[in-house]
Design a protein around this ligand. Structure first.
Ligand SMILES: [Zn+2]
Length: 326
C-alpha cells in the first residue's frame, strides 16, 4: 500500500516503472477525445466540482484512464470526500499512477498522471482516510468506468445444493458458487451455519453475462423456484439459515427486487417473506458443497429433492433453460 512518503519519494526521485508507454501527438489526442477530456487530461485542466455523478457512485467496478484504457482505480478504494471530485485512497497497482510536483497557482501540490500515457488525472493529498492516509482527487472526465462484463447476484432460497443446481442451468449464467452470507461470524463452517446460530443464510453467488440475462430475470427464477412465502423454512428444512433472501448491490437492484416481490405476491395471493438486504460478506462454502448435484446425482437427495425442483424450473422457465444442461 502506498503512503504519503512513497508519493513524495516518487515525485522527487523518479516514478515507478511500467511495462507499457503510450505516446500520441497532440492532434491524435484531440481527435480521440472530447473537448473537455482533452482540456483536462492533455492540458492539465480541472473540471468543475460536482460536475459528475461519479462522485456519488460506489457500486463495485473499476476505473480506467479515459485516454489509454489502463486500469487505475477500484471502487473498493473509493470514498466520499465531499470535495466534488471522485476520490480514492489507492490506485489498483502501485505503478499505474505517476507523480509530479506541481507549483502552479502559488501552491506546491503533487500532480497525478497516468503512468502509461501521461494523462493528467488530478492531485494527491495526505489527508485521506486510514490506513493509507491518501486522497487521490481525480477528475471524473479523466476516468472511464469499466463496464461490468461479469455481473453477480447473491441470494438464498433454502438448501444451496438445490438452488445451485437450478442456476447452473440458466442461459447466460457463467458461474455459481455456494456459500454463506448475512451472519455475524467470520469464515463460518457448514456445521456452524447448520446450527442456525451464526445468522448466515445458505446462499449462492451467481455470476452472469448481463448481455444474455438480466438481474430481474434471475430474481424472477429465484422467486419462482423456491417457496418465498414460508418464513425461515423450505420444505422440511427449517431455520434462519434457510431463509429466503436477495442481497442487492445498488439502489436499482433493490427497487427491481421489491417490484418483482410485489408481482409475486399478486400471483400467489399471499405475502412473500423474502428479505431484501444490502450485500454482506460472501463466504464460499467448503469444496464438498460446490457443484453438489452434478457430482452426486445418483444420490437419493438428488433424485427425490433436487430433480423435482429442476423439472419445475424447466417447465416454468423453458426460454431460460440451457439447451444441454451442464
Ligand atoms: Zn492513460
Amino acid at each position: 500500500m502506498l503512503t504519503w512518503a512513497d508519493v513524495l519519494e516518487f515525485g522527487k526521485n523518479g516514478n515507478p516503472t511500467i511495462e507499457r508507454k503510450l505516446m500520441k501527438s497532440e492532434d491524435e489526442w484531440r481527435e480521440s477525445l472530447t473537448d473537455e477530456q482533452y482540456r483536462v487530461t492533455r492540458k492539465h485542466g480541472t473540471e468543475r466540482a460536482f460536475s459528475s455523478d461519479m462522485c456519488n457512485r460506489f457500486e463495485p467496478g473499476r476505473y480506467a484512464c479515459v485516454c489509454c484504457g489502463t486500469l487505475l482505480f477500484d471502487s473498493a478504494e473509493k470514498f466520499d470526500s465531499g470535495t466534488g471530485w471522485p476520490s480514492f485512497t489507492q490506485p489498483v497497482q502501485e505503478n499505474v499512477v505517476a507523480y509530479n510536483t506541481d507549483t502552479s497557482h502559488g501552491m506546491t501540490r503533487v500532480e497525478t498522471v497516468c503512468n502509461v500515457c501521461d494523462a493528467h488525472l488530478g492531485h494527491v493529498f495526505p489527508d485521506g482516510p486510514e490506513p493509507s492516509g491518501l486522497r487521490y482527487c481525480i477528475n471524473a472526465v479523466a476516468l472511464q468506468k469499466e463496464e461490468n462484463s461479469a455481473a453477480s447476484v447473491t441470494f438464498g432460497g433454502g438448501c444451496f445444493w438445490c438452488t445451485e443446481a437450478i442456476f447452473q442451468r440458466i442461459k447466460g449464467v457463467t458461474e455459481v458458487t455456494s456459500g454463506y452470507s448475512g451472519g455475524d461470524v467470520q469464515q463460518p463452517t457448514y456445521n456452524q451455519v447448520c446450527t442456525g446460530s451464526t445468522g448466515h443464510a445458505e446462499v449462492i453467488q451467481v455470476k452472469y453475462d448481463p448481455e444474455v440475462v438480466s438481474f430481474g430475470e434471475i430474481v424472477r427464477v429465484h422467486l419462482g423456484t423456491h417457496n418465498p412465502t414460508t418464513l425461515n423454512q423450505q420444505g422440511a428444512d427449517r431455520g434462519t439459515q434457510y431463509r429466503s433472501v436477495i442481497f442487492y448491490q445498488n439502489e436499482e437492484e433493490k427497487s427491481v427486487a421489491g417490484k418483482l416481490i410485489q408481482e409475486m405476491e399478486a400471483v400467489l395471493g399471499k405475502p412473500v417473506v423474502t428479505e431484501v438486504a444490502p450485500l454482506d460478506t460472501f463466504y464460499p462454502a467448503e469444496q464438498e458443497h460446490q457443484n453438489y448435484y452434478n457430482r452426486n446425482n445418483g444420490k437419493p437427495y438428488c433424485f427425490t429433492v433436487i430433480d423435482p425442483k429442476l423439472a419445475k424450473f424447466r417447465e416454468h422457465f423453458p426460454e431460460m433453460t440451457e439447451a444441454s444442461p451442464a
